[in-house]
Design a protein around this ligand. Structure first.
Ligand code: HEM
Length: 108
Protein backbone atom coordinates (compact mmCIF):
# COMPACT_ATOMS: atom_id res chain seq x y z
CA UNK A 1 0.00 0.00 0.00
CA UNK A 2 1.62 3.22 -1.10
CA UNK A 3 0.04 5.18 1.76
CA UNK A 4 2.12 3.21 4.28
CA UNK A 5 5.41 3.73 2.50
CA UNK A 6 7.90 6.05 4.21
CA UNK A 7 8.54 9.33 2.42
CA UNK A 8 11.74 9.53 0.37
CA UNK A 9 14.75 10.25 2.57
CA UNK A 10 15.51 13.97 2.58
CA UNK A 11 18.67 14.93 0.71
CA UNK A 12 19.50 18.13 2.64
CA UNK A 13 22.74 18.19 4.58
CA UNK A 14 22.15 17.23 8.20
CA UNK A 15 18.71 15.83 7.50
CA UNK A 16 19.98 12.34 6.84
CA UNK A 17 21.57 10.32 9.64
CA UNK A 18 24.23 9.04 7.22
CA UNK A 19 25.52 12.60 6.74
CA UNK A 20 27.00 12.49 10.22
CA UNK A 21 29.18 9.47 9.55
CA UNK A 22 32.80 10.08 10.55
CA UNK A 23 34.11 8.20 7.49
CA UNK A 24 33.38 10.33 4.39
CA UNK A 25 35.21 8.00 2.02
CA UNK A 26 34.78 4.72 0.19
CA UNK A 27 37.23 2.33 -1.43
CA UNK A 28 36.92 1.60 -5.14
CA UNK A 29 39.40 -0.51 -7.12
CA UNK A 30 41.95 -0.29 -4.33
CA UNK A 31 41.81 3.50 -4.01
CA UNK A 32 40.34 5.35 -1.04
CA UNK A 33 38.08 7.96 -2.60
CA UNK A 34 37.24 11.09 -0.61
CA UNK A 35 33.49 11.65 -0.99
CA UNK A 36 33.12 14.29 1.73
CA UNK A 37 31.75 16.71 -0.90
CA UNK A 38 30.65 14.28 -3.60
CA UNK A 39 28.30 12.41 -1.25
CA UNK A 40 25.96 15.42 -1.46
CA UNK A 41 26.12 15.82 -5.24
CA UNK A 42 26.26 12.17 -6.43
CA UNK A 43 23.84 12.01 -9.40
CA UNK A 44 22.39 8.76 -8.04
CA UNK A 45 21.48 10.38 -4.72
CA UNK A 46 22.31 9.44 -1.16
CA UNK A 47 22.68 5.68 -1.77
CA UNK A 48 26.42 6.41 -1.95
CA UNK A 49 26.34 7.33 1.75
CA UNK A 50 25.47 3.73 2.57
CA UNK A 51 28.98 2.78 1.48
CA UNK A 52 30.99 5.17 3.64
CA UNK A 53 33.89 3.36 5.27
CA UNK A 54 33.23 0.30 3.10
CA UNK A 55 34.78 -1.06 -0.09
CA UNK A 56 32.13 -0.27 -2.74
CA UNK A 57 33.93 -1.64 -5.79
CA UNK A 58 31.25 -4.22 -6.58
CA UNK A 59 28.38 -1.72 -6.17
CA UNK A 60 30.22 0.83 -8.33
CA UNK A 61 30.84 -1.76 -11.03
CA UNK A 62 27.26 -3.00 -10.94
CA UNK A 63 25.80 0.46 -11.48
CA UNK A 64 28.55 2.24 -13.39
CA UNK A 65 31.11 -0.23 -14.72
CA UNK A 66 30.17 0.51 -18.32
CA UNK A 67 29.39 4.18 -17.84
CA UNK A 68 32.40 6.21 -19.09
CA UNK A 69 31.06 9.40 -17.46
CA UNK A 70 30.92 7.81 -14.02
CA UNK A 71 34.41 6.30 -14.36
CA UNK A 72 35.76 9.70 -15.44
CA UNK A 73 34.01 11.33 -12.48
CA UNK A 74 35.44 8.69 -10.14
CA UNK A 75 38.97 9.33 -11.39
CA UNK A 76 38.56 13.05 -10.74
CA UNK A 77 37.63 12.58 -7.08
CA UNK A 78 40.37 13.15 -4.49
CA UNK A 79 42.25 10.28 -2.86
CA UNK A 80 42.47 9.93 0.89
CA UNK A 81 45.00 8.16 3.11
CA UNK A 82 43.34 5.70 5.47
CA UNK A 83 44.79 2.81 7.48
CA UNK A 84 43.96 -0.48 5.79
CA UNK A 85 42.39 -1.82 8.99
CA UNK A 86 39.80 0.98 8.90
CA UNK A 87 38.33 -0.13 5.59
CA UNK A 88 35.52 -2.62 5.84
CA UNK A 89 35.41 -5.23 3.06
CA UNK A 90 32.40 -5.76 0.80
CA UNK A 91 31.68 -9.03 2.56
CA UNK A 92 31.58 -9.82 6.30
CA UNK A 93 31.64 -6.69 8.51
CA UNK A 94 31.11 -4.32 5.57
CA UNK A 95 28.10 -6.28 4.39
CA UNK A 96 26.60 -6.28 7.90
CA UNK A 97 27.03 -2.52 8.23
CA UNK A 98 25.48 -1.94 4.81
CA UNK A 99 22.59 -4.18 5.75
CA UNK A 100 21.89 -2.33 9.00
CA UNK A 101 22.09 1.05 7.22
CA UNK A 102 19.61 -0.12 4.61
CA UNK A 103 17.19 -1.31 7.27
CA UNK A 104 17.57 1.99 9.10
CA UNK A 105 16.79 3.93 5.93
CA UNK A 106 13.70 1.98 4.96
CA UNK A 107 12.59 1.88 8.62
CA UNK A 108 11.19 -1.63 8.68
C1 HEM B 1 32.29 7.36 -5.79
C2 HEM B 1 32.13 7.01 -7.05
C3 HEM B 1 30.85 7.18 -7.83
C4 HEM B 1 30.69 7.97 -8.92
C5 HEM B 1 31.76 8.85 -9.58
C6 HEM B 1 29.31 7.84 -9.35
C7 HEM B 1 28.76 8.50 -10.44
C8 HEM B 1 27.45 8.41 -10.85
C9 HEM B 1 26.90 9.03 -12.03
C10 HEM B 1 27.67 9.88 -13.06
C11 HEM B 1 25.58 8.70 -12.08
C12 HEM B 1 24.57 9.13 -13.16
C13 HEM B 1 24.50 8.05 -14.19
C14 HEM B 1 23.63 8.42 -15.37
O1 HEM B 1 23.15 9.56 -15.45
O2 HEM B 1 23.44 7.56 -16.24
C15 HEM B 1 25.29 7.87 -10.94
C16 HEM B 1 24.06 7.30 -10.67
C17 HEM B 1 23.85 6.33 -9.72
N1 HEM B 1 24.77 5.83 -8.82
FE1 HEM B 1 26.71 6.42 -8.65
N2 HEM B 1 28.66 6.96 -8.54
C18 HEM B 1 29.56 6.52 -7.59
C19 HEM B 1 29.34 5.60 -6.61
C20 HEM B 1 28.17 4.90 -6.42
C21 HEM B 1 27.99 3.85 -5.45
C22 HEM B 1 29.04 3.34 -4.45
C23 HEM B 1 26.73 3.42 -5.60
C24 HEM B 1 26.14 2.29 -4.80
C25 HEM B 1 25.17 1.52 -5.18
C26 HEM B 1 26.08 4.19 -6.65
C27 HEM B 1 24.78 4.07 -7.10
C28 HEM B 1 24.18 4.82 -8.09
C29 HEM B 1 22.82 4.68 -8.52
C30 HEM B 1 21.81 3.67 -7.98
C31 HEM B 1 22.61 5.61 -9.53
C32 HEM B 1 21.31 5.86 -10.31
C33 HEM B 1 21.06 4.77 -11.30
C34 HEM B 1 22.05 4.71 -12.37
O3 HEM B 1 22.29 5.73 -13.05
O4 HEM B 1 22.61 3.62 -12.64
N3 HEM B 1 27.00 5.08 -7.12
N4 HEM B 1 26.44 7.69 -10.22
Amino acid sequence: MSGDMPAAAPREKGANALDGDAKPWTKIHGRIVDISRFQHTHPGGNIIQMFKGIDSTTAFEQFHGHHPGAVKMLNALPTKEVAAAEVLPQVGAGHSLLHSRLLQQIKL
